[in-house]
Write a protein that binds this ligand. Structure first.
Ligand SMILES: C[S@@+](CC[C@H](N)C(=O)[O-])C[C@H]1O[C@@H](n2cnc3c(N)ncnc32)[C@H](O)[C@@H]1O
Length: 253
């Protein structure tokens, strides 16, 4: 039991810090059926989905799940981060950062990365990793305890936002995106990655997932434009890259 505790306190943060270094990720071949999301039934923008509970299971289990060894194979974090383009001089928010799986990988590339979560345990976890970061990077990273309906960004504070495996946890998503909009600089990007609906071996049950088509509609309704949609690059997840247009269109806040 004592060794179990020591693992989470000392060993896992070291593993996360070392994971921040660039490592080539092995290509995993998947059957074609896994690469496309099954067509979703027609839903309206406002249709709610049942919200999964993030607190289920022990915290240690959640950490082990988010940081699982095989995740690099299917998650391809370096490829995902590269979709945001050159992050030099940019401020990035990782909303629903969890253990900081993406947050810490972006720190060496960006001017600043804000690891945002609504769960104090993940904020504490990321802060415990921060003290082990290379000194050059420590000032580029901060955590922020947010509200479920507000990421608490100040006006145009960030140039890019990442939401990985988190979108489905958000309640009134169109309203949330409109609030988020205010925190993004004109021309800023929003990268949403979530699990395809297809009863896949990895990810939550289908009823907790938001269909790609619905994410797209909600982004457009909130005033974002869509830059890229990719259902092939990741075996289990879709990728959607949106942009806050330089000239605001019809975001009615
Ligand atoms: C499945 S985890 C994903 C963690 C991380 N993005 C990753 O890919 O490893 C979902 C995270 O979102 C957080 N979360 C849930 N609802 C949220 C909200 N409304 N705002 C910000 N974070 C939220 C949870 O506390 C949890 O850390």
């Amino acid at each position: 039991m004592r060794y179990h505790y020591l693992f989470f306190l000392f060993v896992l943060p070291l593993v996360i810090v070392s994971a921040c270094r660039e490592e080539p990720v092995a290509r995993q071949e998947a059957p074609d059926s896994l690469l496309q999301e099954a067509p979703a039934p027609a839903t309206k923008v406002s249709d709610p989905i049942p919200l999964p509970k993030t607190g289920a299971g022990s915290f240690e289990n959640l950490v082990a799940d988010f940081e699982s060894k095989d995740r690099g194979i299917w998650q391809k974090p370096n490829m995902v981060i590269s979709l945001l383009g050159d992050l030099e001089g940019k401020t990035v928010a990782d909303i629903g950062a969890g253990t900081g799986y993406f947050t810490f990988r972006m720190v060496p590339k960006a001017k600043k990365v804000i690891g945002i979560d609504i769960d104090q345990r993940f904020i504490d976890f990321m802060d415990s990793v921060k003290v082990r970061l290379d000194e050059r990077y420590r000032d580029r990273f901060e955590t922020r305890l947010a509200k479920a309906d507000d990421p608490l960004l100040s006006a145009e504070e960030v140039d890019a936002v990442v939401l990985v495996n988190t979108y489905g946890y958000i309640g009134n998503r169109v309203q949330y995106l409109k609030t988020l909009w205010k925190g993004i600089s004109p021309g800023g990007r929003v990268l949403i990655i979530d699990f395809k609906k297809n009863n896949l071996p990895i990810g939550p049950p289908d009823q907790f997932k938001v269909a790609l088509s619905q994410v797209e509609r909600e982004l457009l309704t909130s005033g974002f434009s869509i830059d890229k949609i990719d259902q092939d690059a990741l075996d289990y997840q879709y990728i959607i890259l949106a942009k806050k247009p330089l000239k605001p269109q019809k975001n009615t806040n």
